[in-house]
Design a protein around this ligand. Sequence first.
Ligand SMILES: Cc1cc2nc3c(=O)[nH]c(=O)nc-3n(C[C@H](O)[C@H](O)[C@H](O)COP(=O)(O)OP(=O)(O)OC[C@H]3O[C@@H](n4cnc5c(N)ncnc54)[C@H](O)[C@@H]3O)c2cc1C
Length: 497
Amino acid sequence: MDAKIVIVGCGISGISAAHQLIKSGFQNVRILESTSRSGGRIKTGRLGDKVVEIGANWIHGPSEGNPVFRLARQYGLLDPEALTPENQAIDCGGTPVWVPNFFSSSGRRLTLEEYMPAQEMFDKVLNESSEFASKGGEPTASVGDFLRSEIQKQAAEEWKDVDAKTRSLRLGMINNMLKQQCCINGTHSMDEVGLGAYGLYKTLPGLDCTFPRGYEVLIKNLMSELPSGIVSYNRPVRCVHWNNTERGEKPVMVECDDGEKFSADHVIVTVPLGYLKKHLSALFCPPLPLHKQHSIQRLGFGTNNKIYVEFDSPWWDDGCEVIVLVWDDEDEIVDQVPDLQRSWLKKLFGFTVLKPTERYGHVLCGWIAGHESEYMETLSEQEVTHCVTQLVRRFTGNPALTPRRVLRSQWFHNPWTCGSYSFPGKLCSAQDLENMMEPLPSKGSQAQPLQVLFAGEATHHCYYSTVHGAVLTGWREADRLISHYSSSSPSVPKSNL
Ligand SMILES: Cc1cc2nc3c(=O)[nH]c(=O)nc-3n(C[C@H](O)[C@H](O)[C@H](O)COP(=O)(O)OP(=O)(O)OC[C@H]3O[C@@H](n4cnc5c(N)ncnc54)[C@H](O)[C@@H]3O)c2cc1C
């Protein structure tokens, strides 16, 4: 097939689209990537001699229905436990149950019994938040508003006989859970996540697993199967000119920052939603139709960062999988800190413990979302190390604790990402995700069809924000082109993925 196809972005969605097209006989495919590497938000780094993930961490729901699991299995990239039918069958609704250790800001260890009343109340209300996507009639605009008002109501009723100190501690626990949700959703505050669309996200069965040699090995395997030279690196795209009607010319012309131009029959745009929001007015000429622009604005894109901290020896229990930090001086239900400079680190909900210990030693991964996380990115590594050291000393009551190494991610200040991943914002609906994936020109136009197509995690109707979502969108847009050409030329086999 000699249709000329340009893919903008060499993250997993762009790579997946290229794979599918090449496999189906398209020979004229080129990927333009702004940076010097493939993988985008799949990025593996090193903390000393340990392999750590700067971007994507887990395969969420590693089971047969997950394309990332199937690819990882095919390339032999997973630990044997992840491949077992038992692991694939575990269905925890997207929230793996980790063995926790709880610490309070006054340096006291909290027990599971102390934590459970708050956890049970929070889980119940959070579950209810997911139900409005199918039912409609949501009482508030955001998940944050709904959680706050329901928890206040229920706490007044169910905890009326509880003493003031315990109540305040439980509110601190609720706030911790909200901060954790900010990380999961990649948002500054749950007040920004739309209640009506919250339940659109779907989970797959399978207990989340990691790549022992790093997520980027998946990218390396996929890239090794593409023709060499298919990617032009350090080639940021400045503008996609579409709807060109000049006779003898291709309908689309992709203009790069360095002035180089690529003409094409089709362009698949896979840039992150954060980048799209920031550069929307310059990136398309003519501009995108209004309904598409509005959906781009309504969908949310926020920051979630990691702070890896290595210790000489563990200060958590053997077997502990997550360390939860509860501030016991928070009297209101809040997930944002009032003073960024002084208290940004209050937003860090805790640490996951890297397992197995034989592979990672004593490495923790701290999670922090929102503007507090974006502020953290502006600090030097020394300043971050200092603040984290103070934090762990305070929560453990051990003034001698000193990290050996610290490494953090900086996704907000990455100019090609502008944050971490997408979430449904206030007033969002399933239609917005449909609009995101709609190719240009829109249906009904007389112009050449399928000039500009859209892939990337933010264009999946239920697996947005994930790697598997991104893969499926790449395949989806490749299949759209494959079907288009197979209906006009019977020689191209229809993809069966
Ligand atoms: C901290 C963090 C943790 C995460 N954890 C998980 C997890 O555990 N599990 C999971 O499933 N998902 C996770 N994700 C999400 C996952 O990484 C993404 O959903 C997925 O990698 C997105 O792939 P993509 O192809 O859509 O976008 P990207 O990987 O962002 O690829 C887009 C590419 O476009 C390039 N680009 C941007 N602008 C231009 C331009 N103008 N011209 C040319 N190229 C351009 C970028 O450089 C990039 O390479 C995480 C993400 C982050 C940041």
